[in-house]
Design a protein around this ligand. Sequence first.
Ligand code: NAD
Length: 295
Amino acid sequence: MTRIAFIGLGNMGGPMAGNLVKAGHEVTAFDLVEASRQAAAELGVGIAGSAKEAVSAAEIVVTMLPAGKHVLSVWGDILPAVKPGTLLIDSSTIDVESARKAHALAAEHGCPSLDAPVSGGTGGAKGATLTFMVGGAEDAFDRGEPILAKMGRKIVHCGPAGNGQAAKICNNMILGISMIGVCEAFVLGEKLGLSHQALFDVASTSSGQCWSLTTYCPVPGPVPTSPANNGYKPGFASALMLKDLKLAQEAAQGAGASTPLGAAAAQLFGLHNGWGEGGTDFSGIIDLLRGHDKA
Ligand code: NAD
């Protein structure tokens, strides 16, 4: 049994904290929102009166927050209250620069740390099947891995501080670009009189095969479990895809990398979100490519 503090009990953090309780750990948590605190309490999570109070006796602290500024603010607040040597793990998706600043902040307080963003969405958070992409020192990883394994199925050490976030945004840039490519192919196929099923049967067994096609097929029919069969209910919301594509662009500019297709994908998802589609699944961008958004 490990004493774990968990800060940020939203769509992802709440069920993740619940899985740590299920695994037999003592979890004390905090969120700014009462409804999130209540939902977590129903999963057996102990609720503290503040983030500082939650971390005071912890051996490991996990944060699951919206963006880099929240992580830096919460870590700045709690670090004076944690015991030296406490392991801090941030699982939010944030920019690489803020992640590296957070590691430096923890080191100043004598605490090891990991950036450990996830993929797998809310289903993965509930089912403890997330993939964790982890950046940080080897000994910190060895300490954190058994805890992460209670919330996920695959834990990959990607290298030193910030490399978990780097892996996350690179992966999601591939995903954003590949989804647009698959959508364009279906729209072209429609114009050429090709059925969705025929295109799927060919591309899914040919060189066009990819996850956006075979798992998240953006048209209803060929993959019955894809969000296209459920009114584009997420799944993975367009707003989160846009967030990750913007993080990738920020990182590319900082690193001097040329990512023209990533930039185009960010623009297209920006347009799609601007039409009020941020809450629908990202595969719904096919409507924008058909010219149907708000038509
Ligand atoms: P969410 O908005 O549901 O949850 C964030 C929680 O943080 C909220 O409950 C909010 O009240 C809390 N919070 C904000 N500031 C706080 C503070 N100062 N102290 C305490 N609590 C605070 O978001 P989510 O969907 O749970 O996502 C969390 C992170 O995981 C994000 O970085 C997101 O990009 C990433 N992520 C989300 C998904 C997904 O499918 N939802 C998938 C992969 C990664």
